[in-house]
Design a protein around this ligand. Structure first.
Ligand code: SAM
Ligand code: FES
Length: 343
């Protein structure tokens, strides 16, 4: 039995097997198996999520992130409730049935405001899923958002290795709290997304092994991974970016470990390689998350340098993606794109 077959059969991986695959062994076969698993469950459909980056204010100071509070150079913005609803309206017209509200941890957006916003979106678009990605909150806040109608929550764990976590975040942040948030979200009933950056400074095969084991334990509905890309005004601005090969290999491995998971080919992957998202989809990913934020704000959500699609309107982005996805034999569907539960 090949190593890839063994991983697929056991839905588990050892540290040695991870090292072996990250060294590039069985690369084509790994992709082939990941695609077979993805197609068995999700066919050739690609789900789309309309990403609305509604605020770049953040109270946190993650060392890698361009919108950290310590970045005094970046121009801050936040969209109004009306502005966000307008993005949803345009998205709905273009075929989106999931809206992802993502932002820094912005204290202006209190729980009441977030709940109001969710309620308004759900009232106007009852057939759409609302995903939140607004960071670490109390269990009570997560419960309130869920009651207001939020369906899903994205909170990358960033790294499951406590030592590595400390090198990426200031002292006031902890892996323990991040994990607790994820378990709370799952327990409340959200479809939950975890994930991490590939090639973050100081990451090793051992830390990635911790990520694989944590993902197996949490068993999230979604996993967002993309390469780390330096942002020049952050403390990690001079570090090297993660690579396409490593990201693609990890996408395939995650598909084998969690066969039903919703797995995006991220914008970061498309940023380090012009056909990065296609490579991700050809390695087991099944989701793309085009930007629905108004064009004038896109450059300001500068979490990393040279982010793609900052100059296009949402309509242009979706047309471009439809072509790209079609060219590799997949098709974008107008659907909420929920997690498919097994029989
Ligand atoms: N505040 C929310 C949170 O903490 O989950 C959501 C916004 S945060 C900007 C979204 C994700 O961007 C993070 O989880 C992180 O993995 C990713 N990110 C931040 N800086 C990055 C960088 N320099 N390169 C690649 N991804 C980055
Ligand atoms: Fe808050 Fe990145 S530091 S979103």
């Amino acid at each position: 039995m090949s190593i890839v077959d063994e991983i697929e059969a056991k839905q588990n991986i050892t540290l040695e097997q991870l090292q072996y695959l990250l060294d590039g062994n069985e690369a084509d076969y790994l992709k082939q198996r990941a695609v077979a698993v993805r197609e068995r469950i999700y066919g050739k459909d690609v789900y789309i999520r309309g990403l609305i980056e509604f605020t770049n204010y953040c109270r946190n100071n993650c060392y890698y992130c361009g919108i950290r509070r310590g970045n005094k150079i970046i121009e801050r913005y936040r969209l109004s409730q009306e502005g966000i609803l307008a993005c949803c309206g345009e998205g709905y017209r273009l075929g989106f049935r999931t809206f992802v509200l993502q932002g820094g941890e912005d204290e202006y957006y209190t729980d009441d405001r977030i709940c109001q916003l969710i309620g308004d979106i759900k009232a106007s678009y009852p057939d759409c899923a609302v995903t939140l990605s607004i960071g670490e909150k109390s269990r009570g806040s997560y419960e309130a958002y869920f009651k207001a109608g939020a369906d899903r929550y994205l909170l990358r764990h960033e790294t499951a290795d406590a030592g590595h976590y400390k090198t990426l975040h200031p002292r006031e942040m902890s892996l323990t709290n991040r994990k607790e948030c994820l378990y709370n979200l799952k327990d409340i009933g959200y479809q939950v997304g975890a994930g991490f950056m590939v090639g973050s400074p100081g990451q090793s095969v051992a830390t990635l092994y911790e990520d694989m084991q944590f993902l197996r334990e949490l068993n999230p509905h979604m996993v967002g991974i993309g390469p780390f890309i330096p942002q020049h005004d952050t403390p990690m601005g001079d570090k090297a970016a993660g690579t396409v090969d490593m990201t693609v290999t990890l996408l395939s491995i995650i598909r084998l470990l969690l066969p039903r998971v919703l797995l995006p080919a991220t914008t970061a992957l498309g940023t380090i390689d012009p056909i990065g998202r296609e490579k991700g989809l050809q390695a087991g990913a099944n989701v793309v998350m085009p930007n629905l934020s108004p064009r004038e704000f896109r450059e300001k959500y500068a979490i990393y340098d040279k982010k793609i699609c900052t100059g296009e309107e949402a309509a242009e982005c979706i047309e471009c993606l439809k072509k790209r996805v079609g060219n590799i034999g997949y098709s974008i569907v107008c659907d909420r794109g929920d997690y498919k539960v097994g029989e």
